[in-house]
Ligand binder design. Structure first.
Ligand code: SF4
Length: 76
């Protein structure tokens, strides 16, 4: 049986494109997950597999415009 500790569950992330100001902090932190658009410099999630929750919370916290949020599954 696999034992999970709090915070290691995998969560998906969402970028609110209207709030993103293109600083690129998320892409620096997790280049496999976020990519800024070549033309509009808006961040988009390119790997929907997500991140461990503790890391996701860190990335959410580091976004200067609060544009990143965790996509909670239905029923969570
Ligand atoms: S850190 Fe936030 S504001 Fe900066 S590019 Fe990523 S989503 Fe946009």
């Amino acid at each position: 049986m696999q034992v999970r500790t709090e915070g290691d569950d995998q969560v998906s992330l969402i970028v609110d494109e209207d709030r993103c100001i293109g600083i690129g902090q998320c892409e620096l932190l997790e280049p496999e997950v976020f990519q800024l658009g070549d033309e509009d410099a808006i961040s988009r999630v390119v790997d929907s597999a997500g991140l461990p929750r503790v890391r996701a919370l860190e990335v959410v916290d580091r976004c200067p415009s609060s544009a990143i949020s965790i996509a909670e599954p239905h029923g969570a």
